[in-house]
Design a protein around this ligand. Structure first.
Ligand code: GDP
Ligand code: MG
Length: 370
């Protein structure tokens, strides 16, 4: 079942690829034309398009090389990189995020207080960088599962006095799977026991070869405690971003990823989003998983109301009817009606999945009883 791609499915049905992608989206699945369809998706797509699907030979050879190139949006312009910091517990992720914020976020005129909203943007030499500031790598994995790969560059923090630990290994694996470029932050360099060469050796053994050893991974010695090396890290992020040529179209309908969400007193459901494409504005109709609404307010981390969010930027969205999951995609819609329809479809799909899973487990239970 994993052998058919979205565009192949569309071809077989003689339908535009965008139709198939739209239906998938309404099911909460952000897929591009080259993604593979699972059996659940094939089943529901078949229902949706009113066709019967028989899988004849899943091992058919496809020649999709020429289709691999993503469609190029001619109106896309440069956007800021989005960074996720990951690493073993106590190696200094929170301290590093705080140190970067403190060093770079200009205190806001009103009160100087910033609130934690799950992401923030700083400026380095006039260039923006957005950091995802949510604990652990659970959010990262969740986003990847949902296809909302919002992270452009991964910073792996390793305490130079402690070296590679189990969660460092997990993060290395995640990073490799995601394909996002990695920068290693050698933290706690202020400590006497810091041993950067030990860390480099351990990382090299795992395929992350330091640039100063002839490899392609930058290792930046720094200290979240003293602030040493933080500028180097930021410079390096910008250099890496330059190579990636990150682009987005500000004029498209907004597509954003939820990094945090909650129910807030007085505000109702809120979601911190990072815009991936387009511009999200107050007044936009949006759908986000099975929730929907109209953007009532956008609030930045200085508690300031803003009118719009551009690509790679972030804010809290107020106006949804229920709390969406983190990792969910938020999309601007043309009308209230459209938003409701997508949300309803998604609701049905979730129920369908739940049902099919419970049927499966019942079958499994029965087999295990035999
Ligand atoms: P996290 O679990 O990865 O988020 O790690 P934290 O940021 O909570 O840091 C864990 C501990 O290491 C805290 O006690 C920090 O004060 C300390 N720490 C973090 N960065 C540094 C550093 O650069 N130097 C020193 N000496 N201590 C640090
Ligand atoms: Mg922490």
């Amino acid at each position: 079942p994993e052998d058919i791609r979205v565009y192949e499915f569309a071809e077989k049905l003689n339908r535009p690829i965008s139709d198939v992608i739209k239906v998938l989206f309404s099911l909460g699945l952000m897929m591009t034309k080259n993604d593979f369809l699972g059996s659940d998706e094939i089943e529901i797509l078949s229902e949706e398009f009113g066709v019967e699907v028989t899988i004849v030979d899943p091992k058919d050879a496809f020649n999709y090389e020429e289709d691999m190139a993503e469609e190029i949006d001619e109106n896309a312009t440069k956007r800021a990189p989005v960074i996720t910091i990951m690493g073993h517990v106590d190696h200094g992720k929170t301290s590093l995020l705080d140190a970067i914020r403190k060093a770079k976020v200009t205190e806001d005129e009103a009160g100087g207080i910033t609130q934690h909203i799950g992401a923030y943007t700083i400026e380095q030499n006039g260039e923006a960088i957005t950091f995802i500031d949510t604990p652990g790598h659970a959010a990262f994995s969740q986003m990847r599962q949902r296809g909302t790969d919002v992270t452009d560059i991964i910073v792996i923090v390793v305490a130079a006095d402690d070296g590679v630990k189990p969660q460092t290994e997990e993060v290395i694996k995640l990073a490799k799977e995601s394909g996002a470029p990695v920068i290693v932050a050698l933290n706690k360099m202020d400590k006497e026991t810091a041993n950067p060469d030990m860390v480099k050796g351990q990382m090299a053994e795992r395929g992350l070869n330091p640039a100063d050893w002839g490899g392609d991974i930058e290792f930046i010695p720094l200290s979240a405690k003293t602030g040493m090396g933080i500028d180097d890290l930021l410079e390096n992020i910008l250099l890496t971003a330059e190579v990636l040529e990150l682009k987005a179209n500000e004029n498209a309908m907004a597509k954003a990823a939820v990094v945090e969400s909650s129910l807030e007193k007085g505000r109702g459901p809120v979601a911190t989003v990072i815009v991936q494409n387009g511009t999200l504005r107050v007044g936009d109709y949006v759908v986000c998983g099975s929730s929907f609404g109209r953007v009532k307010a956008l609030i930045d981390e200085h508690k300031k109301q803003i009118k719009e969010i551009k690509p790679s930027h972030t804010a809290v969205v107020v106006g949804l009817n229920e709390v969406p999951s983190s990792g969910e995609v938020m999309m601007a819609m043309n009308s209230d009606k459209e938003a409701r329809e997508y949300a309803q479809k998604r609701h049905e799909y979730d129920r369908h999945k739940e049902l099919s899973h419970s049927t499966k487990s019942t079958l499994e239970d029965m087999t295990s009883m035999i």
